[in-house]
Design a protein around this ligand. Structure first.
Ligand code: NAG
Ligand code: NAG
Ligand code: NAG
Ligand code: FE2
Length: 775
C-alpha cells in the first residue's frame, strides 16, 4: 500500500511561500468508518507536522505509483493543531503518475475568490486550471482531464473537416472522449441504463427490423397497438424479446412494456378535446402555448421568400364557441390561445415531404379559455408549401370539431381526430428536438465546459454550479453516438428524418438564454403579465396552468438560494467586476462556448450581483426543473404512440381516393397507417422507457452527493433553508393535486401533475427533479 506518496501543502498565514510537508503513505485499511458504500475502502495515513509556524494545510499533492487508476473520494485530517478537522473533498480518478505532467493537487473545502486565495495556493489554483484547459493538441485519452470545445457535426462528412469531432462507428463500447471525472462514475443503475440504451440500438433494433420487415410494420387498430403492453413482442418464430433479454447479461430492461399512464384509467380519454388541450398546459411540452394577440394569426416569416404565410382561420370558424363575444372582444379579454407550429416548420416542410417518407403539415391550433380554466380547441389549420414555389405562400386548410350533437364515429369526427394527430406529431417532434434536446441538453453543455475551464474548484460559484452539471457530458456523448447521429434512432423515427438535426440546430438561431428564465418565458408567450401585488410579481392569464404554477414556486426557491449564497461572497457589484476568474468564465462562455451567439444583445454583461444571480438561477433552472418537466413524463404521455406520434406518413385523405374510403370504412386502421409505423414505435417507446427512469443514485434538487462540500457554515445554513423551502413546495403541489376544481391537474386521463415535484425514488416515477441532466 505504500505506493501513493501524499504531500500536504501548507499555507502559513504570514509567509507567502507554500511549504510542502513530508510525504506520507497509506497505511492500514480501516474498517471502522461508516457508512462506506460498496467498493469503497478507507485507509489511515499519518502526517508529520514539522513545527507550528508552517501553517495549516490548504491542499495536498498525490502521486499514484500503481499501475491502475483509483477513485479518490476524500481526505480528512483529524486533530490538526489549532484547526481540528480539515476535509478535502476529491471525487476524482487518479491515474498512474506517468500520465500527468504535474502532480495531482486537491484543495480543502474552503471557498476563495481569486484575489483571496492564500498565496501558497495561488500557483496551484492557476496551474490546475491550465491543466484542465489543455493545449488543444493531440487526441485526448481516457486519463486526460481536459475540458475543451469541438464542433459536433454529423450533417456532412466530418472526417473531411479537422475542426470537428470525428464520427465514430457503432462499436460495442461507447468511446467518445469525455473527461474522466465526467463519465458516469457511479455504479448501479445509471450504468445499466446506459447499457440499455446501447442494447436497444445494437441488439433490439436489428431484431425488430427483422420482425417488422415487409407487411409486419403496421398496427391495424388501437387494440393491436395495445397488445404491446399485454404480451410483449413476439419475434418471428423465436422467443419474445423478454426472453431474449433473460439470456442477456443486461437483463433489467422490461421489453414487456408497462402500460403508459395516459391509457391506464381509460383507453379512450386521450382522444378527448379536453385532454388534447390540457396536455398543452400540463403535459410534456407545456412551453409552446401562448396568448393569441392578433387575429387571424400572422406569420413572421420573410414574405419575399415565403409569400403569404398568414393564417386562413376566420371568424366564421370559431365564432360559435365565443359565447356571444366577437373575436376582437375575446382577444381583448384574453380568452384566445394558440399552439403555433407554423413558422418554424414551413422552411423545412418542402424538403421533408419531398425527400423523406414523412408526409406532414405545419400546424396552428386556436383554443378558447373556458370559465373553468380548461381550453377548448376550436380550429386546427394544416399548412403545406405551395406546389409552385415558396413565394406563392402556404396552402392552408382549416378543420373544426364536429358539432356537439354529432354521434361518435361520424366522418367529421374521424377527420377532426386525424387533424389533432398532425398537431400532436408536430408537437412531439418539437418537444424532442427543441424543448428537450436543444433547450436543455445542448445549450447547457457549453456552461459545463466553461465552468470547468475557468472557475477553480475552490471558487464559490464553481461549488454552486457543479452539482448541476453531473453526468451531462456523458449523456450527451451517448446521444451523439447512438441517438441523434446520422442514421440514428431520431432520424429513423421522427418526421424530419435526415433533416432532424439540421432542423434542431437551425432553431438555435432563435435561442435566447435570458428568455429561458421562467418568468421571462411566461411573459414572452403572453401567459403572464407583470403584477407586483401577486405572488412572484406575475399574474397568470390561465390560473390553472400547472407547469407555470409549480414552476414559479420552484424558480423562486432556486432564486432565493442563489441569492443567499452569492451574497455571502459578493458584498458589492465591484466584487463581481474584479473577480478575474468569473469574468474570464463569462467571456469564454459567451464568446467561445456559445460563440455562434456571441453578438446577441441580450447576454448579461456580468457586471453586477443581479446579473450573476439571474444567470445562475437560469442555468440551474434549465439543468434541473426544465429538463425534469420535459423528460420524466415521456413514457407517461408518449409511451402510447397514438397520443403523441413522432411521424405522419400520409396526408389527410381527399375525397374520391382509396385512402379516403379507407378512412371512412376503417378509421382506426387509417389512423394507425398515418402515424408512426411499428418498428419506429417499438424503438421509440423502448428508448423513452429508459429515458423516463431515475437511477438509484440520482441526486435531486436540494441534495448534494458530497456532504462536506463547503466548510462555510453560512452557506450550509442557506442550503438547508433551500431544502426546507423545496419540501414546502412539495406540500403545496400535493395540495393542489387534491383540489378537484383545478381541472387541468388531472384531466380526463386522471394523471396528477407531478413533473415538478422535487423528490423521487428510483425507476419510472413520473416525478422528481434531479440536480442535473443525467439522462
Ligand atoms: C431533394 O433531394 C435532392 C437530392 O439531394 C435535392 O436536389 C432536392 O433539392 C431536394 N428537394 C428539396 C425539395 O429540397
Ligand atoms: C431576449 O430575451 C429577453 C428577456 O425575455 C428580452 O427582453 C429580449 O428582447 C430578447 N431578445 C431578443 C433579441 O430576442
Ligand atoms: C418539425 C417541427 O417540430 N416543427 C415545429 C413544431 O412546433 C414547434 C413549436 O413551434 C416548432 O418549433 C417546430 O418547428
Ligand atoms: Fe433528457
Amino acid at each position: 500500500m505504500k505506493r501513493f506518496p501524499i504531500v500536504l501543502l501548507f499555507c502559513a498565514e504570514n509567509g507567502n511561500k507554500g511549504k510542502l510537508g513530508k510525504a506520507a503513505y497509506l497505511e492500514k485499511w480501516i474498517t471502522t468508518i461508516a457508512p462506506l458504500k460498496a467498493g469503497e475502502t478507507a485507509y489511515d495515513v499519518s502526517f508529520e507536522w514539522e513545527e507550528e509556524e508552517i501553517g495549516v494545510p490548504g491542499g495536498f499533492l498525490i502521486k499514484n505509483n500503481h499501475h491502475n487508476e483509483f477513485f479518490l473520494k476524500s481526505l480528512t485530517l483529524e486533530d490538526v493543531p489549532g484547526e481540528g478537522r480539515i476535509h478535502f473533498p476529491c471525487n476524482s480518478w487518479v491515474y498512474p503518475a506517468k500520465n500527468y505532467t504535474n502532480d495531482r493537487v486537491f484543495f480543502t473545502n474552503k471557498s476563495y475568490l481569486p484575489h483571496e486565495t492564500p498565496l501558497p495556493l495561488v500557483k496551484y489554483r492557476e496551474k490546475e486550471l491550465v491543466a484542465l484547459r489543455g493545449n488543444g493538441q493531440g487526441e485526448l485519452k481516457e486519463w486526460d482531464r481536459v475540458y475543451d470545445y469541438a464542433c459536433y457535426n454529423d450533417l456532412w462528412d466530418p472526417d473531411d473537416d479537422p475542426n470537428v469531432e470525428s464520427r465514430l462507428s457503432l462499436l460495442m463500447t461507447l468511446d467518445i472522449y469525455v473527461p474522466r471525472d465526467e463519465r458516469f462514475s457511479h455504479l448501479k443503475l445509471s450504468d445499466l441504463l446506459l447499457n440499455d440504451l446501447e442494447a436497444i440500438v445494437q441488439i433490439v433494433k436489428p431484431e425488430l427490423e427483422d420482425l417488422c420487415s415487409g407487411n409486419g410494420n403496421e398496427f391495424d387498430s388501437f387494440d393491436d397497438a395495445l397488445t404491446l403492453y399485454d404480451g410483449g413482442v413476439k419475434l418471428s418464430g423465436g422467443p419474445t424479446l423478454d426472453n431474449l433479454w433473460k439470456n442477456n447479461p443486461l437483463d433489467i430492461i422490461n421489453l414487456k412494456y408497462p402500460l403508459p399512464e395516459v391509457i391506464r384509467e381509460s383507453r379512450t380519454a386521450w382522444r378527448t378535446d379536453e385532454e388534447f388541450a390540457r396536455e398543452m398546459l400540463a403535459g410534456l411540452n407545456p412551453v409552446i402555448i401562448s396568448l393569441l394577440q392578433e387575429f387571424p394569426p400572422r406569420s413572421k416569416l420573410n414574405a419575399k421568400v415565403y409569400g403569404n404565410q398568414d393564417s386562413s382561420i376566420s371568424e366564421e370558424h370559431i365564432r360559435h364557441f365565443l359565447k356571444g363575444l366577437t373575436v376582437a372582444e375575446a382577444i381583448k379579454s384574453n380568452k384566445l390561445f394558440i399552439l403555433d407550429h407554423h413558422d418554424t416548420v414551413i422552411p423545412y416542410l418542402r424538403r421533408i415531404n419531398d425527400n423523406t417518407t414523412s408526409k406532414t403539415y405545419a400546424t396552428r391550433t386556436i383554443l378558447y379559455l373556458q370559465n373553468d380554466d380548461t381550453l377548448k380547441p376550436m380550429a386546427i389549420e394544416l399548412s403545406l408549401p405551395h406546389p409552385d414555389g415558396d413565394q406563392f405562400g402556404a396552402i392552408n386548410k382549416v378543420y373544426t370539431p364536429p358539432p356537439a350533437d354529432q354521434k361518435e364515429g361520424s366522418l367529421e369526427e374521424i377527420i377532426w381526430q386525424l387533424a389533432k394527430a398532425y398537431v400532436a406529431v408536430n408537437d412531439s417532434v418539437s418537444h424532442e428536438l427543441i424543448t428537450h434536446f436543444l433547450h436543455t441538453h445542448a445549450v447547457i453543455e457549453p456552461f459545463v465546459i466553461a465552468t470547468n475551464r475557468q472557475l477553480s474548484l475552490i471558487h464559490p460559484i464553481y461549488k454552486l454550479l457543479h452539482p448541476h452539471f453531473r453526468d451531462t457530458m456523458s449523456i450527451n456523448a451517448i446521444a451523439r453516438q447512438i441517438l441523434i447521429n446520422g442514421g440514428g434512432v431520431v432520424e429513423l423515427a421522427f418526421y424530419p428524418a435526415k433533416y432532424s438535426m439540421e432542423f434542431s440546430s437551425s432553431l438555435y438561431k432563435d435561442w435566447n438564454f435570458t428568455e429561458q428564465a421562467l418568468p421571462q418565458d411566461l411573459k414572452k408567450r403572453g401567459m403572464a403579465v407583470p403584477h407586483p401585488e401577486s405572488k412572484h410579481g406575475l399574474r397568470l392569464l390561465i390560473k390553472d396552468y400547472p407547469y407555470a404554477i409549480d414552476g414559479l414556486d420552484i424558480w423562486s426557491v432556486i432564486r432565493n438560494w442563489v441569492s443567499d449564497y452569492t451574497s455571502l461572497y459578493y458584498k458589492t457589484d465591484e466584487a463581481i467586476r474584479s473577480d478575474t476568474e468569473l469574468q474570464m468564465w463569462w467571456k469564454e462562455l459567451v464568446e467561445v462556448g456559445h460563440g455562434d451567439k456571441r453578438d446577441e444583445p441580450w447576454w448579461p454583461k456580468m457586471e453586477n450581483r443581479e446579473e450573476l444571480i439571474e444567470s445562475c438561477t437560469t442555468m440551474i433552472w434549465i439543468a434541473s426543473a426544465l429538463h425534469a418537466a420535459t423528460n420524466f413524463g415521456q413514457y407517461t404521455y408518449s409511451g402510447y404512440m397514438p397520443n403523441r406520434p413522432t411521424n405522419s406518413r400520409r396526408f389527410m385523405p381527399v375525397e374520391g381516393t382509396a385512402e379516403f374510403e379507407e378512412l371512412r370504412e376503417n378509421p382506426d386502421r387509417a389512423f394507425m397507417r398515418t402515424i408512426t409505423a411499428k418498428l419506429q414505435t417499438l424503438l421509440v417507446i423502448s428508448l423513452i422507457e429508459v429515458l423516463s427512469m431515475h437511477s438509484s443514485d440520482e441526486v435531486y434538487l436540494g441534495q448534494r452527493d458530497t456532504a462536506e462540500w463547503t466548510v462555510d457554515l453560512e452557506a450550509t445554513a442557506a442550503f438547508e433553508r433551500f431544502g426546507k423551502a423545496l419540501a414546502e413546495v412539495e406540500e403545496r403541489i400535493v395540495e393542489r393535486n387534491r383540489e378537484e376544481k383545478l381541472r387541468n391537474r388531472h384531466g380526463p386521463v386522471k394523471i396528477p401533475y407531478t413533473l415538478l415535484f422535487p423528490s423521487s425514488g428510483a425507476g419510472m416515477t413520473g416525478k422528481g427533479i434531479p440536480n442535473s441532466i443525467t439522462i
